[in-house]
Ligand binder design. Structure first.
Ligand code: PMV
Length: 368
């Protein structure tokens, strides 16, 4: 992993490096998020080619405990356990990540870490855990920074730095640090937004319909992704449609945020579904091309179109970088939509698997 140059001046921020740190631990639970306007394409070190916005989820969580003790003082030393079992593949990744953030957090070379991570959603659900996992880890590191190295005086700086650190681990993770609706990337006319960290949409600019939106995650296929998102982002560098795609996302995000403010379901649906299909169109037009939707992804989409046409209910879908459908709808029509799922969609699900989720309030520190 490359080391970073930080325009935020976070480098060398842990001025009290060398302070005696007692052995202790910290635990955070952080949710996953689902993007409405998609981030697909990056430059430099995890800088997005276009802004994105997501709902933070509630039930799909990673809980991470970081145990720390005095270490050798000059090298990153970490053990990583997933569901209490040591995982060397993730351990190597986390080790490289910690190494890369040494300019921001010199203390990571001063301590020995044992990291325990657990996801509330089954591995077989095919939900990426990188957003919730990196967000939880970044929050733990910021808590250590705050407690022992005297920085991060207030909450807003704490979460901003956590978002910044999470972004370096996995781009979309920077949005999981906050609850509700969260953007990432500079948005025209919004000076509070940045390419370096996420920004929560002020809850007063979110229409009540969108404050408790539901997300029924319909699992079509639980197989591991055939193409990693790192490779997918990279292919946008040579995709012939990428520049227009980035311009489109800039236009869409402004319109979508306005629709969320006013409660304009029609515009919300149009942009959200178009964004999902455009994300997959980018995959299909990359060189080499690849296809992550499955036949049942399309079967479900057709059913959603027909249901919306027949009932007029504001139900729509989005897709992540995978075949599973996120069915989005306001809480007020939950019973009707659940009946629709049971009657018409379960036949297309892998092992009848669905995760009932909704917009959540963001991460929580767990005091053990
Ligand atoms: O954060 P990454 O590198 O895993 O990329 C996430 C990309 C999408 O999930 C497809 C879109 C997004 O904005 O979350």
């Amino acid at each position: 992993m490359e080391t970073l140059a930080s325009p935020l001046n976070y480098e060398n921020a842990s001025l009290k490096f060398g302070a005696q740190v007692p052995s202790s631990s910290v635990t955070w639970q952080s949710p996953s998020n689902i993007a409405l306007v998609k981030y697909w394409g990056k430059r430099d070190i995890q800088i997005p080619c276009n802004p994105s916005v997501s709902f933070t989820l509630k039930a799909s969580l990673t809980e991470t405990t970081v145990e720390y003790a005095p270490g050798s003082g000059n090298t990153v030393s970490v053990e990583f356990y997933l569901d209490k079992v040591r995982n060397e593949k993730f351990e190597a990744k986390i080790g490289a990540f910690l190494e890369s953030i040494r300019p921001v957090f010199p203390f990571v070379a001063q301590l020995h870490f044992r990291i325990f991570s657990h996801n509330t959603f089954p591995h077989s659900a095919g939900i990426a855990s990188s957003a919730s996992g990196m967000s939880a880890l970044a929050l733990c590191l910021c808590s250590i920074e705050k407690e022992h190295f005297g920085n991060l005086p207030d909450d807003s700086e704490f979460y901003r730095k956590a978002s910044y650190i999470a972004r370096l681990g996995s781009g979309s993770a920077c949005r999981s640090v906050y609850g509700g609706l969260v953007s990432w990337g500079k948005i025209e006319g919004r000076p509070d937004t940045s390419d370096e960290f996420g920004t929560q949409l002020d809850p007063s600019s979110v229409h009540p319909d969108f404050q408790d939106y539901r997300d029924s995650i319909l699992i079509v296929d639980s197989a591991q992704k055939k193409v990693s998102s790192r490779v997918g982002h990279g292919l946008m560098n040579t995709n012939p449609f990428s520049e227009e795609r980035f311009r489109q996302a800039n236009r869409n995000i402004v319109k979508l945020i306005e629709a969320i403010r006013t409660g304009d379901q029609e515009t919300f649906i149009k942009i959200t579904e178009s964004e999902a299909l455009t994300l997959h169109a980018m995959m299909m037009t990359s060189d080499p091309y690849f296809l992550l939707m499955r036949p049942n992804t399309l079967n479900i989409i057709e059913k959603i179109f027909a249901y919306r046409e027949q009932t007029g209910h504001p139900v729509c879908f989005t897709l992540d970088a995978g075949p599973n459908i996120h069915l989005l709808y306001p809480q007020r029509i939950e019973n009707e939509v659940k009946s629709f799922i049971n009657a018409e969609l379960v036949q297309f699900l892998h092992d009848f698997c669905m995760i009932d989720d909704q917009v959540g309030n963001g991460p929580n520190r767990i005091n053990l």
